[in-house]
Design a protein around this ligand. Structure first.
Ligand code: PLP
Length: 460
């Protein structure tokens, strides 16, 4: 066991926690065998700004912002104070339909800051539930509008919408990831991503005429417009790789949805609350979806919270009809809502969307030097949502594979940078408060580790 340092835990406690975790805790994405290897179990004990400290007392830059969640960074006392005060006052609403003061105030705040006529929220505990809520609402809306047969949902390939059976079916992330859980939810069709670096349709932008957007129209026609309820997609895809659609993509998608009466749901679980350099990514395209799924940055992950926000056109259908959707925390538990209000106040006061745009530009400029590596295929992103794709060969764009991904993560962590690597893409999605110095430090670590990986692979 590693020696303890200033901020770390005592060796005996560390050993006890290690044994307890292996015996009693499912840790996401790591089997027990991997947790048991040296450094396999990561226990974090403190966080401040963009940095976290682990139980050994070692400090890291969190370049993944705790699953792209910690918009305002770690250790913000204002959030703790707001939550503490709210918990002392009222911990939960009474009854099945009771609500609370911060819940109402947060709903009004979301109406104010989201685009266009998005104005009415249903609260959830996270992204997956927000997506499920949106899809349920879309089907119910269509039924209330006299289109009882509109149940089909069109989504995009290689998305990530969460881990429920519906979200897995929507995401079509990778066959290997979901194979053990099949069959998933039926009634979902998929279209291609606007992923120009490896165009799924084998075309080139702009000569392609945005064929990936036109594919939506073809699939709606094929499935029968009278049977399609909604199209759902992330506004900017966060899934490895990050996919920023070209300027004409979203206007075309909006027009196709309008033409066929198909509701447009944007998943901004990651994109929302400043991550892409605007408060919501849809603003980059002047886009107003019919519904938006929100989570993560809404409370910067200090407490679990999400929301599905609908336009007034959609929500007024439910003025008389009951939206049959009762989840325990759906009334908007007051402490997470208080955390979200304090969090949004910080995001606005510190102008974090603008900051994300500026720091993203800085990152993009500095990261260009990484292209000197023979394995850096593409650096793509917007705001503070970036990835650096590693490839065996810049021409063929062949990927290294999962073992290389795992090794890259481990080497980056050993060098002081926490992030995720998936499909060869090193994510750079830090808290929006990151400084230029921290960006320089992060790039230096990536540079060093990419060099090490190249040596390792040419040696192998
Ligand atoms: N949607 C997107 C775009 C996501 O990235 C995620 C999670 O990473 C989800 C939905 C699911 O959110 P949660 O894990 O809070 O259920």
């Amino acid at each position: 066991m590693a020696a303890t340092r200033d901020k770390g835990l005592e060796a005996a406690e560390l050993q006890e926690l290690h044994d307890l975790a292996l015996e009693h805790l499912f840790v996401p994405l790591k089997p027990r065998a991997q947790l048991a290897t040296p450094g396999g179990l990561e226990i974090y004990v403190e966080g401040e700004g963009c940095r976290v400290t682990d139980a050994d007392g070692k400090s890291y830059i969190d370049a993944f912002a705790g699953l792209m969640t910690r918009a305002i960074g770690y250790g913000r006392k204002e959030i703790a104070d707001a939550v503490y005060a709210q918990m002392l006052k009222l911990s939960a609403p009474a009854g099945a339909s009771g609500t609370t003061v911060p819940t109402i105030r947060l709903a009004a705040k979301l109406a104010q800051i989201t685009p266009g006529s998005l104005s009415k929220s249903f609260f959830t505990t996270g992204g997956n539930e927000s997506v499920e809520t949106a899809v349920k609402m879309a089907r119910h809306y269509q039924r209330l509008s006299g289109f009882g047969n509109r149940y089909k949902i069109i989504a995009r390939e290689h998305e990530y919408h969460g881990q429920s059976f519906l979200a897995m079916a929507l995401g079509k992330h990778s066959a290997a990831m979901f194979a053990p859980y099949e069959p998933l939810v039926p009634g979902i069709r998929h279209v291609a991503q606007p992923y120009c670096y490896r165009c799924p349709l084998g075309l080139e932008y702009p000569d392609c005429g945005i064929a990936c957007a036109k594919e939506l129209e073809r699939v709606i026609q094929f499935e029968g417009p009278e049977m399609v309820a909604a199209f759902i997609a992330t506004t900017v895809c966060q899934n490895a790789p990050v996919v920023v659609p070209p300027p004409d993509y979203w206007p075309m998608i909006r027009a196709i949805c309008d033409k066929y009466g198909v509701l447009l749901i944007c998943d901004e679980v990651v994109d929302g609350f400043g991550r892409t350099g605007k408060m919501f990514a849809a603003e980059h395209w002047g886009l107003v979806p019919d519904m938006m799924a929100l989570a993560k940055g809404i409370a910067s992950g200090y407490l679990p919270l999400g929301a599905c926000i609908a336009t007034s056109e959609v929500s007024k259908k439910f003025d008389e009809a009951l939206f049959i959707h009762l989840i325990t925390y759906g009334c908007g538990t007051p402490a997470p809502c208080a955390a979200a209000l304090a969090n949004i106040e910080i995001i606005e006061r510190e102008r974090l969307p603008e900051r994300a745009a500026a720091m993203g530009e800085y990152f993009s400029k500095k990261a260009q030097a990484l292209y000197e590596h023979p394995t850096v295929g593409e650096i793509a992103g917007i705001g503070l949502l970036w990835n650096i794709e590693l490839v065996k060969d810049k021409k063929t764009k062949e990927r290294f594979g999962p073992a290389a991904d795992a090794l890259t993560v481990r080497k980056l962590r050993e060098a002081g940078l926490i992030t995720r690597v998936d499909g060869g893409a090193i994510r750079f999605t830090p808290p929006l408060i990151i400084t230029e110095d921290e960006i320089d430090e992060s790039i230096a670590i990536m540079d060093k580790v990419i060099g090490q990986m190249e040596k390792e692979f040419s040696a192998g």
